[in-house]
Design a protein around this ligand. Structure first.
Ligand SMILES: C[S@@+](CC[C@H](N)C(=O)[O-])C[C@H]1O[C@@H](n2cnc3c(N)ncnc32)[C@H](O)[C@@H]1O
Length: 233
């Protein structure tokens, strides 16, 4: 097993893009239809504490399941920008949001966002993304700098549950992590990929709490989804 592991390439953006590109249609169904997820998406959009006319960026927007909720919050006079580096998922996001004039879907890297056309960002959202970044706390730092004082950053991520019914929920979570991780990444072949993901997610959410005043600190979907929102001082 250690031989096999040493021959596998480490996490690479192109592996993630190929994986999400291939599974875009299936991912889209899961992202929109999983019980509890539509309510979560409405809640994360509300946690961004947007006002009408605001500009909000979603990093790693995937097939765009959050974008209508964000559009609703900023109104037609506001702007929603969804960024993702995987072409096929963005195509779905474009189709899905075609009727919203205030939503822009842009291909780019969440760690180097192509935002030259939009100078003032009021809020930033990233759902189920930081676990895929090489240095998640560093990315959170950059996102906090991007929104600046009075801006809001919101993260939502699946990690193991601490609730009393945790063992079966955590077993399902572990299976989901293994199945939904691009197969050529190191993460999938580790003995405990869910633990490494947990640590990464913990570190990212902790960095947001350190950098901001809490506006949301909750768990959802049987305690598996952690939601942290902070307003920069
Ligand atoms: C698990 S999906 C989540 C999609 C969406 N946020 C949602 O809640 O359904 C992760 C997404 O993040 C994107 N992603 C991962 N790393 C990225 C990066 N560095 N830059 C841009 N997109 C990235 C992937 O292409 C994928 O669409």
């Amino acid at each position: 097993m250690s031989d096999l592991r040493s021959r596998l390439p480490s996490t690479k953006p192109e592996n993630a893009q190929e994986f999400y590109g291939r599974w875009a249609a299936l991912y889209d169904v899961i992202a929109r239809r999983t019980p509890g997820i539509p309510a979560l998406r409405r809640r994360v959009a509300a946690a961004c504490e947007l006002e009408r006319g605001d500009t909000v960026v979603e990093m790693g927007c995937g097939t765009g399941a959050n974008l209508p909720y964000l559009s609703e919050q900023v109104g037609p006079e506001g702007t929603v920008i969804g960024i993702d580096f995987t072409g096929p998922v963005l195509e779905r996001a474009r189709e899905f949001t075609a009727e919203y004039d205030n939503v822009h879907v842009v291909r780019g890297d969440a760690t180097q966002p192509p935002l030259a056309d939009w100078s003032d960002v009021d809020a930033l959202l990233a759902t189920f993304v930081v676990g895929m970044l090489e240095d998640a706390p560093d990315a959170v730092d950059d996102w906090c700098d991007l929104v600046g004082p009075d801006g809001t950053v919101v993260l939502a991520n699946a990690a193991r549950s601490d609730e009393w019914y945790a063992p079966p929920v955590n077993a399902v979570f572990r299976a989901i992590v293994v199945l939904s991780t691009p197969p050529t990444t190191k993460l999938r072949y580790e003995n405990a990929p869910h633990l490494r993901l947990d640590r990464k997610i913990d570190a990212a959410h902790r960095r947001l709490r350190e950098r901001s005043r809490a506006v949301a600190d909750e768990t959802h979907v049987f305690g598996v989804v952690r939601l942290t929102g902070g307003r920069l001082e």
